[in-house]
Design a protein around this ligand. Structure first.
Ligand SMILES: *Cc1c(COP(=O)(O)O)cnc(C)c1O
Length: 462
């Protein structure tokens, strides 16, 4: 039951098993960060107190899911756990063909490997990194088509993850509908801050795809979180269940890809579902070659059992309320303190505008990395830079071509931390504010050719 009166937002679960975490000293963390080349990706998790690096595969399973781990059927073919998962996913997606994969990008590789190819075009609100990588790997081109106003980090829009329908139609006309391999609608829109997509937008996109006979793929790894926003922000959905809203959203797609590490509430797993039999047959052939037989994909029976249960639990109203409100709790309190956050707060993470927080640090000294490092040193909090360390390039003279924004993401693992952990994180931000004028920038001393943020090493500028 959701309280209407304003009371402390309690976690709708109690703790049955614990995993110790430890607060280290500031001196210890300074040393650990130095050893890690000022790149928190290179820290050992034992040295991290609160890990907000990602919400992917970092959630806690329920007692029922752990029970499912014990009863999982490990038969190679036709396992009962597969039948359970297939049944749950068919009902949710309304699609007759369900393929299990080891994680989301495997589903993407299979589907886009078949749909893609040289001269093919994909259109999306925003392609997630692995989506774009799998599409571009086939030689195809991917366009992100967000409305211009969605780029304003401070503007409140109820559905800031929507695709721009006009731009989509323009691209279809410009490139020719026969060259558009698919439109991919990402809900919620991960790369734009976990912002939701409205049902109205999805329905209009379906109509547009119908007019031009184009395949619509829903990347719905956070479709439950998206349903929460629809119920509370979109007219006509107030009285529908989160499950019914998710089902309606997925019914609009021709295919559904899912990283189960998000709203699947498991630590590993992925799904691909399809309406079209011929396409499903092609995908199944690739699945068998690269992932495994059609009744387990890359998963153990126990993984499928836990996922079947997770996909049911994620629609629990108390869980979803806690999930979305607890993320907003962190973001709203940071905003109150004067920390510049991307607004409104999305479903799975809070994004901080480091360029605004540290106007004294030039962009080529990576203000986002400075915040990531300070959060770790001051409080043992691990976050991730989403700015020029991640997306920066160099021009011919070797000067940095910066990313569009210098953001730091605090992603919230599902059912892992309690409000006191989040309150602690808020306390650490008081220190961040006190130190903001002394904080120094960084320079990169080592970087690989691709995806440099994972393994780059940096040095503090004296
Ligand atoms: C995480 C994610 C993926 C990729 O899934 P993995 O399980 O990490 O391979 C694809 N799309 C979106 C929107 C995601 O958030």
């Amino acid at each position: 039951m959701q309280e209407t009166k304003q009371r402390t937002l309690c976690e709708p679960f109690k703790i049955k098993m614990v995993e110790p975490i430890r607060v280290t000293t500031k001196a210890y963390r300074e040393e650990a960060l130095k050893k890690a080349g000022y790149n928190p990706f290179l820290l050992s998790s034992k040295d991290v107190f609160i890990d907000l690096l990602t919400d992917s595969g970092t959630g806690a399973m329920s007692d029922k899911q752990w029970g499912g781990i014990m009863t999982g059927d490990e038969s190679y073919a036709g396992a009962l756990s597969w039948e359970h998962l297939e049944d749950v996913v068919k009902k949710l997606s309304g699609m007759p063909y369900v393929l299990p994969t080891h994680q989301g990008r495997a589903a993407e590789r299979i589907l886009y490997g078949i749909l893609g190819g040289k001269d093919k075009i994909f259109l999306s609100n925003t392609h997630f990194d692995t989506t774009r990588a799998n599409i571009e790997f086939t030689g195809a081109t991917a366009f992100d088509l967000m409305p211009d106003e969605a780029n304003d980090p401070e503007l409140f829009l109820p559905f800031k993850g929507n695709i721009d329908l006009e731009k989509t139609e323009q691209h279809i006309l410009k490139y020719g509908k026969e060259n558009i391999a698919a439109v991919v609608l990402t809900v919620t829109n991960n790369s734009s801050g976990g912002q939701p997509v409205s049902m109205e937008n999805a329905k209009a996109l379906r109509a547009l795809c119908d007019r031009h006979h184009i395949l619509l793929v829903i990347d719905g790894c956070r479709v439950a979180e998206n349903s929460y926003f629809i119920k509370h922000r979109e007219k006509g959905y107030e009285d529908k269940s989160y499950y019914a809203i998710a089902k309606e959203m997925l019914s609009l797609g021709d295919a559904f890809v899912m990283s189960a590490k998000k709203d699947g509430m498991v630590n590993i797993g992925g799904l691909l579902t399809l309406k079209n039999e011929a396409l499903a047959t092609k995908c199944k052939n690739l699945l068998i070659i690269s992932e495994g037989f059609t009744t387990y994909g890359g998963l153990a029976g126990r993984d499928m059992e836990a996922l079947a249960i997770g996909l049911t639990e994620v629609f629990d109203p108390d869980y979803l309320h806690y999930r979305i409100r607890s993320t907003a709790y962190l973001g709203e309190h940071l905003k109150e303190k004067g920390i510049p956050v991307v607004w409104p707060i999305g479903g799975h993470a809070v994004y901080i505008d480091a360029k605004q927080l540290y106007p004294n640090i030039p962009i080529n000294q990576y203000p986002g990395q400075a915040l990531v490092c300070d959060l770790y040193v001051q409080g043992g909090i691990r976050s991730v830079e989403i700015g020029s360390v991640m997306f920066g390039k160099y021009d011919a003279s070797g000067a940095l071509i910066p990313a569009k924004n210098e953001l730091v993401r605090l992603a919230i693992p599902r059912r892992v931390y309690t409000q006191s952990h989040i309150d602690y994180a808020l306390d650490v931000f008081d220190d961040i504010l006190n130190l903001r004028n002394q904080t120094k920038g960084y320079k990169i001393t080592y970087e690989p050719e691709f995806l440099r943020h994972f393994t780059a090493r940096l040095e503090k500028i004296a």
